[in-house]
Design a protein. Structure first.
Length: 181
C-alpha cells in the first residue's frame, strides 16, 4: 500500500510540474522560439553524447550483473536498463527507475536477489563517485573563475569543508590532490 501511495505521489508531482511548465502560453512560445533558434549541430552532438553515456552505463551494469553471476540476454538487459531510464526521467527523486529495474530484475532472478540488488546499488555508487570526481576536477580547473564572486566562493568553502570533514583517509587523499593542483 505504501509503495502505491509513493508512486501516486510521484506521478502527481510529475503531472503538476508538467502542467506548471506547459500551461503558460508565453512560456510555451519562449520554448518554441528557443527550439527554432537552436543550433541543431549542437543539439545532435548533445543527444549523441547522451546516448554514448547511457550505453556505457548499460555496459557497466552488465559487468556488475556478470560479477554477481546473473546472465541476461543483451536485449533483455537493455530493455530493463531503458525502462529504468524512462522512470528516472519522469518520476521525481531520481531513484524510481532503479526501483523498477530492481523489481523486474528480482522477478527474473528470484534465486539471486542479493546479487541483483547489490548490482543496482553498486551501479548507483559508481555513478556517485564519478560525479564527485568530475565535480572536483571542474572546481580545480575553474577555481579562479568560481571564486570571483562571494556567493560562489562561500559555496566552494562549504563544499571543501564538507569534503574535508570526512574520514581521515579521505582527508589525506583530498589534501594530496589539493597540493598537487
Amino acid at each position: 500500500m505504501k509503495r502505491i501511495l509513493v508512486t501516486l505521489f510521484q506521478l502527481s508531482v510529475t503531472i503538476g510540474v508538467l502542467y506548471w511548465v506547459y500551461h503558460d502560453p508565453n512560456r510555451r512560445a519562449q520554448m518554441v522560439e528557443a527550439i527554432r533558434n537552436a543550433e541543431y549541430r549542437w543539439v545532435l552532438m548533445g543527444i549523441l553524447s547522451y546516448l554514448v553515456v547511457e550505453i556505457a552505463a548499460a555496459f557497466r551494469w552488465h559487468v556488475l550483473l556478470k560479477v554477481q553471476k546473473i546472465h541476461l540476454s543483451l536485449s533483455r538487459l537493455s530493455g530493463l536498463f531503458f525502462i529504468g531510464m524512462f522512470y528516472n526521467q519522469f518520476l521525481p527523486g531520481g531513484t524510481g527507475g532503479d526501483i523498477i529495474k530492481s523489481y523486474y530484475l528480482l522477478k527474473e532472478t528470484p534465486d539471486k536477489k542479493a546479487g541483483a540488488l547489490l548490482a543496482v546499488v553498486f551501479d548507483r555508487f559508481i555513478g556517485l563517485v564519478a560525479l564527485v570526481a568530475i565535480t572536483a576536477t571542474l572546481i580545480a580547473l575553474r577555481y579562479d573563475f568560481l571564486s570571483q564572486k562571494p556567493e560562489t566562493r562561500n559555496l566552494l568553502w562549504l563544499l571543501l569543508t564538507l569534503l574535508l570533514s570526512q574520514k581521515p583517509e579521505t582527508r589525506n587523499l583530498l589534501w594530496l590532490l589539493l597540493t598537487l593542483l
